[in-house]
Structures are given as structure tokens and as C-alpha cells.
Design a protein around this ligand. Sequence first.
Ligand SMILES: C[S@@+](CC[C@H](N)C(=O)[O-])C[C@H]1O[C@@H](n2cnc3c(N)ncnc32)[C@H](O)[C@@H]1O
Length: 178
Amino acid sequence: MITRPMISYILSTRRRSLVGCEVGVLFGANAEDILRMLPMTRLYLVDAYRNDPNYRGGDHIKIPQEEVYAEARRRMEPYADIVRWIIMDSQLAVLRINEELDFIYLDANREYEYIRNDINAYYRVIKSGGWIGGAGYGTDWPGATRAADEFAAKINVSISAEYNYSGCRHMDWWLQKP
Ligand SMILES: C[S@@+](CC[C@H](N)C(=O)[O-])C[C@H]1O[C@@H](n2cnc3c(N)ncnc32)[C@H](O)[C@@H]1O
């Protein structure tokens, strides 16, 4: 498992007692990494776990979603006191978060309208000085890249982007809420 650049970046800031959220959990690989790497006091995990015709993910969309969810639940068992599952569409799930978060990692539907809506909705629940970002920045996902760039320009904040590893086509992006 490669630690995602946004997660490595948050680690480098040496913040303590973080409350965060991952939107799009799948098997829980990145969530597990977040929980191993960062000093989490709470991690919201949002995923609809349903076969959505508008979601063109990888091969995992062919697997029954209850199996995917069961695997993620198993993986999260050691962190049961910390994780808060919200199994619903990301736009509804955000309404269940009643506190301000240190970071949000967006990795659900990477099409333009979806990521744009997720950025707008989840930005509201971040603390000032916290971060929003996620996966899918770069050549393979022009919609995600456009949505992130447009949002950064709208709030006049610079965006950071970093390849997952040398030679990888995929980048994380993130920005800090002023
Ligand atoms: C790329 S995978 C997430 C991978 C995970 N972040 C990781 O790095 O291990 C995307 C996930 O987003 C979920 N998803 C897609 N559209 C969604 C939506 N509108 N609301 C909630 N979850 C969604 C899918 O069910 C899928 O599990």
C-alpha cells in the first residue's frame, strides 16, 4: 500500500488529535492507511456501496457491493472505536456530519459534476486551517482536475498536487481552508 500524498502531507504537519473523513472507501485500504499513519480521534467513512450506473470505477464495480462492504468492515474492526460509518450517497452523508473536521479525502465518483458537488458540500464542514483534497488529479480524470482547479480559483487559494509515486499517472490534490 502506497501512502497517498495528501495523507503524507498531513502527517508532515505534525497535527495532533485529528478528526477526518474519507468519501469513497471501497475495501478500506486508504482508510486503514489513514488510521495507521495519522493520530485520528475520529474518522468518518462514507460510501454508498451500491451499483450506480453513473459510477465508472475500476473492476470493483463488478463485485457485489455487500462483499466489498464486508471486507472494509473487517479491515476496520481494530479501529471500531474511531470510525463512524455513513453508508449513503456522499451528498446525503455530509448532512450527518455535525462537527468541523481537520481534513476530507474525496475519492468517490470522479466525474466533474460529482466531484464539484462533493467539494462544495464537504468544504463547509472543514475547520479553518483544515484541508480538502483527494484522489484523481491529473490526466486520467479531467473532470476531477477541473473541479478542483475551479474551486481553488474561486476561493483564491493555491492547490497542491503530487504523484502517488514516481512514474504513477495519478495524483492527489489538496488545499487548505483559510
Ligand atoms: C475509487 S473507490 C475508493 C477507493 C478508496 N478511497 C481507496 O483508496 O482505497 C470509490 C468508492 O466510491 C464509492 N462511491 C462512488 N460514488 C459514490 C457516491 N455518489 N456516494 C458515495 N460513495 C460513492 C464507490 O462505491 C467506491 O467504493
